[in-house]
Write a protein that binds this ligand. Structure first.
Ligand SMILES: *[C@@H]1O[C@H](CO)[C@@H](O)[C@H](O)[C@H]1NC(C)=O
Ligand SMILES: *[C@@H]1O[C@H](CO)[C@@H](O)[C@H](O)[C@H]1NC(C)=O
Length: 236
């Protein structure tokens, strides 16, 4: 009985943890390791011996490709071993109507973003004392988020938005801001630091998980676009 309960709760915990921190899984750790230790590029080529090893499809069978609310598909060292050693990540950012990428930063890369579809507003804040930089990007228009700057973006329209993102590392990392407060720092210290209840059990339960990288946006926008979000994580 106890072991069944323990099993059930660990399965639940695993499911919750997976949903809460959905990061790119390294698809072939052994190959990545061999690519790192290979002596020459020709040795790497022999490890990537098939043409399919050099092909990445952003559209097909990528776990985070969707527009409800959206998702970020990364072509990086974790998802595409041939990226190892090439110093870049290419990412496709899909934002359904009103959807957003919540505030986050990349600890190891600067980030160029160019819009392909839709109307997206970006917000970027580099450090204490810096001004807020905001841009509205239509197709063909771009901006830069310097390494480790905090940024977010929102699809203003009722159409899907799509942007292509280039990052200056094959392992740029992504840190969402809100989740830092509810995922481990002592709640009472977080609340003391900010002078209000940002952490605690209730915030931990209601904080939107990192998920696919995209979140549903403003309720007023969703109502205007007649979109009914199929997720519990929409409150504003
Ligand atoms: C893009 O969205 C912004 C914010 O809603 C709006 O002010 C602007 O007119 C839109 N641009 C176009 C070309 O639709
Ligand atoms: C939400 O609905 C879309 C289709 O509109 C579907 O593709 C997606 O998987 C659904 N998401 C969830 C979490 O049910």
């Amino acid at each position: 009985m106890f072991s069944q309960l323990a099993l059930a709760s660990s399965v639940l915990l695993a499911a919750f943890t997976q949903q809460a921190i959905a990061v790119d899984k390294t698809r072939d750790p052994g190959l990545d390791a061999n690519l790192v230790t290979a002596a020459t590029q020709l040795d790497r080529l022999s490890l990537l011996s098939k043409d399919s090893d050099w092909f990445f499809d952003f559209n097909v069978q990528q776990p985070y490709y969707n527009f409800a609310p959206g998702g970020v598909v990364n072509m990086n060292a974790a998802t595409f071993p041939a990226a190892r050693g090439n110093g870049m990540t290419l990412a496709m950012l899909n934002l359904g109507p009103c959807s957003m990428l919540p505030p986050h930063y990349h600890p190891r890369a600067s980030n160029y973003v160019v819009a392909v579809h839709g109307n997206t507003t970006t917000y970027m804040y580099e450090e204490n004392g810096a001004r807020l930089v905001t841009e509205t990007l239509l197709p063909g228009q771009a901006t830069i988020f310097p390494q480790a700057s905090m940024h977010m973006m929102v699809n203003n329209g009722c159409e899907d938005a799509q942007l292509v993102s280039a990052l200056s590392s094959e392992d740029p990392g992504t840190q969402n801001i809100g989740n830092v407060f509810t995922n481990g720092f002592p709640a009472e210290l977080v609340n003391a630091a900010f002078g209000q209840d940002l952490a605690g059990a209730e915030a931990a339960q209601t904080m939107t998980p990192v998920g696919t990288g995209s979140n549903w946006g403003l309720a007023s926008c969703l109502a205007k676009c007649n979109i009914k979000p199929n997720s519990t994580y929409i409150r504003f």
